[in-house]
Ligand binder design. Structure first.
Ligand code: ADP
Ligand code: MG
Length: 356
């Protein structure tokens, strides 16, 4: 018993806490299985290493500041047929991290950009890599605060050191010049030094407006896209999955403005969603109502009424006017003829009266 306590103490002193804790159980197990000394030692050290790995992964997950721990296995690829599953599987091998390449997820809200970014990050963390997650708004606010407190260089390392940096939600916030410059500096620091996983609801053509400066936007995109895997997701929001099943459509499939942008041979084209403009405008005021569809119905209805009205006004009355000319040859001398050309419906209405 004393010998056991002594050995446990030695293991603890060496920092092998799990081996120390499991010593009793492993000795009993070895006796039961009639294991050799070597296999007993190997099993004990294996348990220690496993626990160390688990703790290290847990620490790295906490430090990464991921918003959740969703994995790629939890992603329903059937719901998003526009995603190339093979491409995601290839990315999950993390070869892109070794090659310091970037991954960019584009698409409207709710299609799973953050989920996929976090899924890849979880894979990287499992493989012993380091990750840091920040939304663009948080990242800029953090760096600006650090600059004000004269701690920028120290804070900078948080974003440049990790193997993978996730910059989420690019496009929801327009940057001022100082923020765009900070963002540019960060992209330059990581360029060919570390991978970035970026998600955005805006296409690259809109980045000039987003950064308030087309020169900076072009310089950022130039570096970001030099070695990049671009995943363009076009589909329905997963958040509205159940509502869609119930037949309610609040957000149209592609909420991104029309753009033809060719990046590294890939062509992006999205259709304009007119209804989405109204949904975006009135969606919050009238939640659950497809305001886009309502407005479009109203426009169609007004158009139909207008067609019927103008048909009566111009075609029918014009015909009356024509009859008036035929019946009364001297109508050309009528002072009402030329104004009638300009305002034919009034004259034709008048002629109608004269004819009758
Ligand atoms: P985005 O970043 O594109 O706005 P998120 O990744 O935040 O969308 O997805 C919104 C929610 O829907 C999250 O809870 C996410 O886990 C879930 N989700 C989105 N797409 C899928 C999917 N295809 N399979 C499973 N869950 C999904
Ligand atoms: Mg997101």
């Amino acid at each position: 018993m004393v010998e056991l306590e002594h050995t446990r103490g030695l293991l603890s002193e060496l920092g092998l806490d799990t081996a120390s804790e499991l010593l009793d159980a492993k000795i009993e197990d070895a006796m039961h299985k009639n294991s050799t000394y070597l296999s007993f030692l190997s099993e004990l050290l294996e348990a220690e290493i496993q626990e160390k790995k688990r703790r290290s992964e847990e620490t790295r997950i906490k430090l990464s500041r991921l918003p959740h721990r969703k994995t790629l296995e939890e992603f329903d690829f059937g719901f998003q047929p526009s995603i190339d599953v093979k491409q995601i599987k290839e990315l999950s091998t993390l070869a892109f991290v070794a090659r310091k390449e970037n991954v960019i997820f584009l698409g409207p809200p709710g299609v799973g950009k953050t989920h996929l970014a976090v899924g890849l990050a979880m894979q990287a963390l499992r493989s012993g890599m380091t990750v840091y997650y920040a939304s663009l708004a948080h990242l800029i606010a953090d760096l600006k605060k650090a600059a004000q407190q004269d701690k920028l260089e120290r804070r900078w390392r948080i974003y440049t050191r990790p193997d993978v940096l996730i910059i989420d939600e690019v496009g929801y916030m327009q940057l001022d010049r100082a923020s765009a410059e900070l963002f540019f500096r960060l992209i330059c620091s990581r360029y060919e030094n570390g991978s970035i996983i970026l998600t955005s609801n805006k296409y690259f053509g809109d980045w000039g407006e987003l950064m308030n400066d087309t020169v900076i936007a072009t310089a950022i995109l130039d570096r970001l896209l030099h070695h990049a895997h671009i995943i363009n997701i076009r589909g329905e929001s997963y958040r509205l999955k159940d509502r869609l099943k119930a037949g309610v459509r609040v957000v149209p499939p592609a909420d991104i403005p029309v753009l033809n942008n060719t990046v590294q041979g890939e062509k992006f084209q999205t259709k304009p969603a007119i209804g989405s403009i109204f949904n975006r405008r009135f969606g919050q005021k009238y939640p659950g109502v497809d305001t886009g569809a309502c407005v479009l119905c109203l426009i169609t209805f007004i158009s139909l009424i207008s067609i019927v009205y103008f048909y009566n006004l111009y075609i029918v009355n014009f015909y009356n006017f024509y009859r008036f000319i035929r019946l009364r040859q001297n109508c050309f001398r009528s002072p009402l003829f030329f104004p009638g050309i300009i305002n034919c419906h009034m004259l034709s209405f008048f002629s109608c009266k004269v004819c009758s």
